[in-house]
Design a protein around this ligand. Structure first.
Ligand SMILES: C[S@@+](CC[C@H](N)C(=O)[O-])C[C@H]1O[C@@H](n2cnc3c(N)ncnc32)[C@H](O)[C@@H]1O
Length: 288
């Protein structure tokens, strides 16, 4: 069977999980083509590995997420390995990655030699992305799950970067540090299972999703972080947050860090989904 025949056969299945993006991605992946346009140039070629493709299609039609079936996910500008042990990277996290990158450049310059901590690293995407941009920096990726750290180790190798991997609960793995410049994190923040879509609930690791109370991990980081751990001149703490947390997190910041600069940023849907806290002894408008 050719790719053209398979393409129309799959379209005609009208399976809700097997949408156009999934069909194109599976066929491109099967033929190891660069992209869909490359596939179109080979549309009348025989499918290279029909058994593999059919088994992938079966999993997708039963609801398994495309990224788990393929074994990788696209994040910002490249692919990362994902398995069911790690969360599939989200679009919001791409915005956090680019947002913290921009903030780092503003505060520390384009080629900083700083210490960056990614707490709850999952597949390693945030830490690895930042290490690629700031190769002189030291990046420590932590997670409570050993299984996640194994995947982040593979991703660091795939991206040809060296990051330190440490297992443990929130701040525990970095308590021996004393000059942290950047903390970035998107910890679990979902309180109620009923708000999660059934496919996510069935396939993605619950350890990556749920927190009770929902602000638990932000509070833990913001209230337990010792001044000794942070650079005393400049630092950035950047979070992806739940959409209704702005007021509660504002209260914590105002009581814990009087006079610090902080800013909430909206996602593409206009919801407050990111928080940047910046200390800068040299400037007063680091966030502007
Ligand atoms: C929302 S996921 C984010 C993963 C990754 N940063 C990403 O965006 O794909 C949260 C991560 O925090 C980890 N985690 C959960 N509880 C933790 C804890 N108490 N301490 C450290 N990491 C934790 C989970 O294993 C998961 O990898």
């Amino acid at each position: 069977m050719t790719y053209r025949q398979k393409f129309f056969e799959l379209k005609n299945l009208n399976n809700k999980y097997l949408n156009l993006t999934a069909i194109k991605t599976l066929l491109v992946d099967n033929g190891n083509y660069k992209d869909f346009f490359d596939l179109l140039n080979h549309f009348d070629d025989e499918i290279k590995d029909a058994n593999k493709l059919n088994s992938q299609i079966e999993k997708i039609t039963y609801g398994e997420p495309l990224q788990y079936v393929l074994g990788y996910a696209y994040f910002v500008n490249s692919n990362y390995i994902v398995t069911k042990d790690v969360l599939i990277p989200r679009q919001e996290t791409e915005q956090l990655a680019v947002g913290v990158l921009t903030q780092i450049i503003k505060l520390f310059g384009k080629s900083p030699k700083i210490t960056i901590i990614d707490i709850g690293t999952g597949s390693g995407i945030l830490g690895i992305y930042l290490k690629e941009y700031f190769p002189k920096s030291r990046v420590i990726c932590t997670d409570i799950s050993d299984k996640c750290l194994k995947i982040s180790e593979k991703n660091a190798k795939l991206h040809n970067v060296e990051v330190e991997l440490r297992q443990g609960d929130m701040l525990a793995p970095i308590m021996d540090e004393n000059n942290i410049d950047v903390i970035v994190s998107n910890p679990p923040y979902i309180l109620d299972e009923s708000t999660v879509d059934p496919q996510t609930l069935k396939y993605e690791p619950h350890l990556a999703l749920f927190a009770n109370p929902d602000t638990k991990y932000y509070e833990e980081i913001l209230t337990s972080i010792d001044k000794q751990l942070l650079n005393d001149q400049k630092f950035i703490i950047a979070f992806e947050i739940g959409e209704d947390m702005k007021d509660r997190l504002t209260n914590i910041i105002e009581s814990k860090y009087p006079n610090i600069m902080y800013r909430f940023e909206k996602d593409i849907y206009g919801k407050d989904r990111f928080l940047y806290i910046v200390k800068n002894e040299e400037l007063t408008d680091a966030l502007n």
